[in-house]
Design a protein around this ligand. Structure first.
Ligand code: NAD
Length: 306
């Protein structure tokens, strides 16, 4: 096994890098030679408040390990601030090569109780924030004819989950955003991929632990540390992934997955065309055996993390 610095000479921005998965990204990217802008607003899981502390701490940890990093505590939800984060990378380190859209919040609520504020705040951090950051970097990437994006999606969007209509919509939207960037910017040698992570962080720390079964389940989930996600991100933004574009990878402890993307499953045809009645009598029964069950992520990932 080689032990090289895969990001030597590159400059990265990692959003939401003060804690959890993003912290692991920033630290492993720095260990691989990247100069890193550690962005984190430092709010609560639901997005309230601000605290420069988490981003500042990660910068200090990177510097203590001999790496180069600067802190940024702006919100990715703001168009001008997002441009400022990218500009900070250019002003401090001379350029920008890598953007990791990782910042996130949760406002879980069963759909019929979800408020406009629950919806707007989650869409704004995940989907709008990922657009803002990507768009701000796009001009630089186009000019230098290179660049790599990694965005965080979720099986809540790719598969499904209870009480997360806002989050699922944002995360599936991010998969569409990533694919669109990959298609539009491949001509400039720019790549865009997604990671769907499984990791114990404060974001999933609210899972109930009242029964022995629930406690055993949470103990298993705790084995999936955020640091396990970072090697895939480092690979994806490195030159070793030059031919990897528009893909979605799952990472769950020591398991890696290439996730599927939507394609037609069945087709039915009638030369005279369809009426609502013939769809009911012919098309729907023909397709029924291929319908997806109403599954959640846990119904698909049924085995313990390895
Ligand atoms: P986390 O809460 O530990 O980290 C998210 C960070 O984003 C926090 O430090 C927070 O302060 C920061 N942040 C929030 N809003 C911001 C804003 N507007 N601007 C800048 N920073 C902001 O959560 P995590 O589990 O490490 O999640 C990281 C990413 O991975 C998120 O996008 C999340 O949706 C995704 N994800 C996580 C899991 C998991 O199992 N943990 C599963 C699927 C997807």
């Amino acid at each position: 096994m080689t032990n090289t610095k895969m990001l030597e000479g590159k400059v990265a921005v990692v959003t939401g890098a003060g804690r959890g998965i993003g912290r692991g990204f920033a630290k492993l990217m720095a260990a691989h030679g990247a100069k890193v802008v550690v962005n984190d607003l430092g709010g609560s899981v639901s997005g309230e408040g601000e605290d420069r502390g988490p981003a500042y701490d990660v910068v200090n940890e990177i510097r203590n390990d001999g790496g180069e990093a600067v802190e940024n505590a702006d919100s990715v939800t703001d168009w001008d601030a997002a441009h400022g984060i990218i500009q900070q990378a250019v002003d401090t380190f001379g350029k920008i090569d890598i953007v990791v859209n990782n910042a996130g919040i949760l406002r879980d609520r069963i759909f019929h109780k979800m408020t406009e504020e629950d919806w707007d705040s989650v869409i704004s951090v995940h989907l709008k924030g990922s657009f803002n950051m990507s768009r701000a970097a796009a001009d630089h990437f186009r000019a230098q004819q290179s660049g790599a994006f990694v965005h965080m999606t979720s099986t809540s969007g790719l598969i499904g989950n209870f009480g997360q209509a806002n989050y699922s919509a944002a995360k599936l939207g991010i998969a569409g955003l990533s694919k669109s960037i990959a298609l539009d910017m491949a001509r400039f040698n720019v790549r865009s991929n997604c990671i769907t992570p499984f990791a114990w962080s404060r974001m999933i720390g609210s899972i109930p632990q009242d029964t022995p079964e629930e406690q055993a389940r949470v103990a298993k989930i705790k084995e999936m540390t955020p640091d396990k996600i970072a090697p895939m991100a480092v690979f994806l933004v490195s030159d070793a992934a030059a031919n990897v574009n528009g893909q979605i990878f799952g990472v769950r402890n020591n398991e890696l997955f290439l996730m599927g993307q939507s394609r037609p499953l069945r087709s039915v045809h009638r030369s005279e065309g369809w009426t609502p009645e013939t769809i009911a009598e012919h098309a729907a029964p023909a397709m029924q055996s291929s319908f997806y069950p109403l599954e959640r992520s846990g119904d698909v990932f049924t085995w313990d993390p390895v």
